[in-house]
Design a protein around this ligand. Sequence first.
Ligand SMILES: [Zn+2]
Ligand SMILES: [Zn+2]
Length: 148
Amino acid sequence: MDSVSARDILKNYLLEKNLRPTRERFLLLDEILKMNGHFDADQVYANLSKKKLKASRATVYNTLDLLVNCGLISRYRFGENHSRYEKAFGRPRHDHMICLECGDILEFLTPKLEAIQNEVCRDKDFHPHNSTLQIFGICSRCSSRKKS
Ligand SMILES: [Zn+2]
Ligand SMILES: [Zn+2]
């Protein structure tokens, strides 16, 4: 059911932008929405090749951009030299903690932070689309390994 309405969102977006609703774009949408966690373009490409689905790297990047623009996925920079994506469709906004040792990405959601953000935006008459707070540091696993 999820992917039906995600397809509608993409279809409307393509129509609005006068872009062709090619079969390939919808196929990539389905595959990208199946990806778990915080993935990068290379992982999407590798996943497609594994399934013997043919799409060029350019098409993968292109489709990722499209899906970010229509709000179905989010793009982040977690202090690396490339972008990471995650499914946004049907998921609540959340924040991230990134371990500088092992690269683990932890998700968290704090209503208090949410309330502060909304308040700040209201004060500035700013209409937020999306946001994420990124906290870089050392995760509990890595810090306990260091101690022992
Ligand atoms: Zn760690
Ligand atoms: Zn996340």
